[in-house]
Each structure stands twice: as structure tokens, then as C-alpha cells.
Design a protein around this ligand. Sequence first.
Ligand code: IPE
Ligand code: IPE
Ligand code: MG
Length: 258
Amino acid sequence: MFNKIKLWRKTQKPSTLRDRIEQVKKAQIPDHVAIIMDGNGRWAKKRALPRIAGHHEGMKVVRKITKLANELGIKTLTLYAFSTENWKRPKNEVDYLMKLPEEFLGSFLPELIEENVQVQMMGYKAELPLHTLNAIEKAIADTKENNGLVLNFALNYGSRAEILDAVKCVLNDCKSGIINENALDEKTFSSYLMTSEMADPDLLIRTSGEIRLSNFMLWQLAYTEFWFTDVLWPDFCAEHLIDAIEVFQGRQRRFGGV
Ligand code: IPE
Ligand code: IPE
Ligand code: MG
């Protein structure tokens, strides 16, 4: 009887968040987690609020998830914050989204520094308003010596443009003899992408129930594990990240092998 109870206890999933965090830490934590943070607009609409209220709420979630990712020992957290296609949105929404980095980093940067987080950005800087770029570049400079979690914002990022630009650079370098066309392989090509310094994502999360990539890391996600949830980004919390990591830990990655 006692043995049965002991066995039951062992096979029960730990129930509190703290227990679950400790449990997932015992198995393999994905080195690089990428998140398509989607659903801010619908979150606001459900509450009869303007879309920007959803973005504001979503920003608070970024803070919580960054802290947890750091605690879990995730090495890189890439967050899709603004796509090259998001400029199509109404001006007031785009303006607000371009203010978010200042707002976020204005209050959170000291904490990031203290927690040894290194801020990075991938995306096209030239189109960003100066105030947005300044906030990001200050955060990058102030955290460049940190060697904990890399918090990589995909801001004005689009994967097709990234790949096309890499192709143009490769062609140029071939022409000028910097690289040899015959020696061009996947590793060399990867070094021309915005992610040249980082490993491919191990786990991709997309919130809000959309099952698509929306021009996100098309090359880099070739062998990534995908996890989708209907939860809207402003409702995403620690438990959901743990859910995703638990599922990841139960997956068998084969990379084309057996
Ligand atoms: C994600 O939420 C944030 C960005 C794309 C900037 P959305 O704004 O896309 O929210 P939905 O998808 O319209 O609900
Ligand atoms: C993807 O979400 C971009 C970001 C999360 C920043 P979108 O809301 O722009 O994607 P679609 O339009 O639904 O594909
Ligand atoms: Mg969306």
C-alpha cells in the first residue's frame, strides 16, 4: 500500500509553479527559444480597449518571461516585436509600437543589467525612428559586457528580406574574391544572416492561435520544434512557458536521422 502511494507520488506531475520550474530544470532546457508574440490587438478588443492597450499589456509580459527565461538557463530568447510588414498598420499604432522600446527599456534596463542580461536586436535599423533606435542602442551598449541570457529583439525584422540581402552580400563577396562560390555551404551562408552570432532556435512559440510563421526566421527554423497556443500574448504567463518546455522535453529531435 505504502509503495503504491510512493509510486503515485513519483509519477504525479509537480503542481506548483516552483515545483514545475525545478522539475524542467532537471532535463534539457532549450538553448534558444524564439517567440512570435501575437494577439495583443485581440486581447484589447475583447475588453473594448484600443489596440495599443494590448501592446502595453504585452510589454509587461515580456518582462516576466525574460526573467523566467534567465532563471531557467535559456541562453537566447528571441522575441518578434515588429515585422517588416507591420508598417502597414494605422499610424497611431505604429507610433505606439515604436515608443515601446523606450518605455520598456526606460523602466526595465536597470533590472536587465543587474540580472546579467545582454540586449541585442536583429532587424533593419535604418527605418526606425531615431528615438526608438537610440533606446535600443543604449540598451545594447549598457549590457554588452553581460554574459547571461541574450535578449534578442526582432524589430523591423523580415526573413525574406534578410535572406535576399544575404544572397546579395554573398554574390558581392564572390565577385570580389572574398569567398569562393564552390566553397559556399550552409554554415557560410548562415554567417551572412542577422543571426550569424547565434545558434538556430530549438523551440518556437507562437501565441494567439495563428499557425503560421509570418516571415519569421525561415532559414533558422528548419529543425526547430514548434509549439502553438491559443493564449493571447498579454495572457501568456510563466505556466505557459513551462508547458512549452515540458512538451519540448518530450519531443524526439531527429534532424533527418533515426
Ligand atoms: C502582436 O499582436 C504584436 C505585433 C504584431 C506588434 P497583434 O497586434 O498582431 O495582435 P492581433 O494579432 O491583431 O490580435
Ligand atoms: C507577427 O504577427 C509579427 C509579430 C508578432 C511582431 P502579425 O500579427 O503581424 O502576423 P499576421 O499578420 O497575423 O500574419
Ligand atoms: Mg497579430
